[in-house]
Write a protein that binds this ligand. Structure first.
Ligand code: 0WD
Length: 254
């Protein structure tokens, strides 16, 4: 039983047991959801398989969002396994580490396009595929960061991408609202994950948040997971197009 009993969902972006997506997966599984995970290439397969086992989760296979064929294969597998789906979590972002340092103005054209493709367009194309498998409505959730709203040191092109991702949440909410598919984002405070380790001076950003956030600490993947549970469950059935901060309140002071 639980809040998520009878619900089935696909969670993209578990790289290891510190991933935000893993915090969300655990929270959903504890409340009775059936979960399917993907991994990005063989290197991550070895990390994701034992995690899937821990939750009794299904694995939908390899997924690299820059390869449409791998996305097609994942959604075909979900269709074969479950027929339909209730929720999708998109916890994926990428930019060249060398450009998450220094000045935004130095972003190269190639990395700009790649960052937007992996961190923004992927959510839109995933939403389109999910729509096909959500005849009874559903919930889509992505992850964003305060660098979309304000200039954060070193966040650079990723901040520009997150701003576009947040705008996508609003447009998708309108496109899918009549089908009772809700689209929301959590704007998480900084958390030490694999992806975050690519951002220049990340330790300083963590410390800055600890000193200045109203709660005087940073957040954990588990805390983001519990807030994710609200968006993926029927508790938030009246909510769409929302960007919800789970950041110890940093956004009210920063
Ligand atoms: O402070 C943080 N960690 C915050 C993260 C604060 C606010 C938001 N976020 C966002 C990130 O921007 C991202 O959208 O949360 C999301 C999840 O990130 P995470 O949990 O911090 O990072 P991580 O555990 O590394 O998972 C992100 C994963 C990738 O890991 P790596 O380390 O390889 O970047 O996204 C996946 C990959 O598994 N990923 C892809 N998946 C499919 N196709 C691709 C791709 N092309 N590229 C990256």
């Amino acid at each position: 039983q639980g809040l998520m009993a009878g619900k089935r969902g696909l969670i993209l972006g578990v790289a290891n047991n510190r991933s935000i997506a893993w915090g969300i997966a655990k929270a959903c599984a504890e409340q009775g959801a059936e979960i399917s995970l993907t991994y990005q290439g063989e290197a991550f397969r070895k990390r994701v398989e034992p995690l899937a086992k821990e939750l009794g989760a299904h694995i939908a296979g390899h997924c690299d969002v820059t390869d449409p064929a791998s996305l097609d294969a994942v959604f075909d597998e979900i269709k074969k396994q479950w027929g339909k789906i209730d929720f999708v979590v998109h916890a994926i972002a990428f930019s060249d580490k060398d450009e998450l340092d220094g000045r935004y103005i130095d972003t190269t054209h190639g990395n700009f396009l790649r960052t937007m493709d992996i961190s923004v367009f992927s959510f839109t194309t995933i939403a389109k595929r999910a729509e096909e498998l959500m005849p009874d409505g559903g919930s889509l959730l992505t992850l964003t960061y305060y660098g979309a709203e304000k200039v954060m040191p070193h966040y650079n092109v990723m901040g520009v991408a997150k701003a576009a991702l947040e705008a996508s949440v609003r447009y998708l909410a309108v496109d899918l609202g009549s089908k009772n598919i809700r689209v929301n984002a959590i704007s998480a405070g900084p958390i030490k994950t694999l992806a975050a380790s690519g951002i220049g001076d990340f330790r300083y950003i963590l410390k800055w948040n600890e000193y200045n956030a109203p709660l005087k600490r940073t957040v954990t993947p588990e805390e983001v997971g519990d807030s994710g549970l609200y968006f993926l469950s029927d508790l938030s059935r009246g909510v769409t197009g929302e960007i919800h901060h789970v950041d110890s309140g940093y956004h009210v002071v920063g």
